[in-house]
Design a protein around this ligand. Structure first.
Ligand SMILES: C[S@@+](CC[C@H](N)C(=O)[O-])C[C@H]1O[C@@H](n2cnc3c(N)ncnc32)[C@H](O)[C@@H]1O
Length: 242
């Protein structure tokens, strides 16, 4: 089943216009705080082959964060094909909006010390996928942490104690109300003097994605690393404007 088919099956039960916040608010009425997938899509897992390992990801149609998005796959492939240019061995890597964890797993398998972050609801499935795909295979045990964009960053991730060589973000720009907070979060981690490189991969779907891309380009020094025309996915590298 393709990503779009999975998304469609999710949207049969979920209003397309709902943001994650809407979903959390709605679901918070009748669900526990800790989310566990309840509706697995038919096969229940998606398999990939990366850097000599089979990677199995548990997905669900419960939440956008429980599906694998095209940006994550494109950035995984980019990292696998450009290991010299983007050498992640022994690097501190933070992922924003990690979802199922596919990209963080890839970074772990490439030797990075990874912290995968997302909204609290998503962390259980994220931890499950990280554990099952990196145990005994990675140099460092990947960490998982709650990070809601724009919230308590100075308290929970103060600089320079929380400095990362790379910040990864895949398909974090889509129809939601937190684009300003997302950009501020990117600026928090990728700041002058940090030496941090931000890699952002996104499928371009809406005008709002293009507007965000313009703001992104004016906020950082950016390079378009790769365009995947058939998927409409762009991968940008960004560093702070000193
Ligand atoms: C479209 S999914 C992409 C997931 C994953 N990066 C991928 O490409 O497969 C967007 C992710 O951003 C997370 N997200 C959305 N709003 C967020 C917020 N305000 N703070 C932190 N994460 C958020 C969602 O939970 C979800 O995991």
């Amino acid at each position: 089943m393709s990503h779009d088919e999975k998304l469609q099956s999710k949207e049969e039960t979920t209003d397309l216009a709902l943001t994650d916040q809407d979903m959390m608010t709605r679901e918070g009425l009748d669900r526990r705080n800790v989310w566990e997938p309840s509706v697995y899509y038919p096969l229940g897992k998606e398999s990939f082959h990366f850097v000599g390992h089979e990677v199995n990801i548990r997905e669900s149609t419960d939440s956008y964060g429980a599906l694998i998005w095209p940006g994550a796959i494109a950035l995984c492939q980019f990292l696998e094909n450009n290991q010299q240019q983007m050498n992640l061995t022994d690097k501190a890597v933070l992922e924003l909006g990690a979802g199922t964890g596919l990209l963080s797993i890839m970074a772990s398998l490439l030797g990075a010390w990874v912290t995968a972050t997302d909204l609290p609801d998503i962390l259980s499935n994220l931890s499950f996928n990280l554990r099952r795909n990196t145990k005994g295979r990675s140099r460092y045990i990947p960490q998982v942490a709650a990070l809601s964009w724009g919230q308590e960053l100075e308290r929970d991730f103060p600089f320079p104690s929380y400095r990362y060589d790379y910040v990864l973000a895949a398909d974090v720009v889509y129809h939601h109300d937190f684009l300003e907070e997302l950009l501020n979060t990117m600026l928090h981690f990728c700041r002058p003097g940090s030496g941090t490189t931000l890699l952002w991969a996104n499928k371009i779907r809406f005008q709002s994605d293009l507007r965000f891309a313009e703001r992104f380009k004016s906020s950082f020094n950016t390079t378009l690393l790769l365009e995947v025309p058939q998927e409409n996915v762009w991968i940008y590298k960004a560093t702070a404007k000193e």
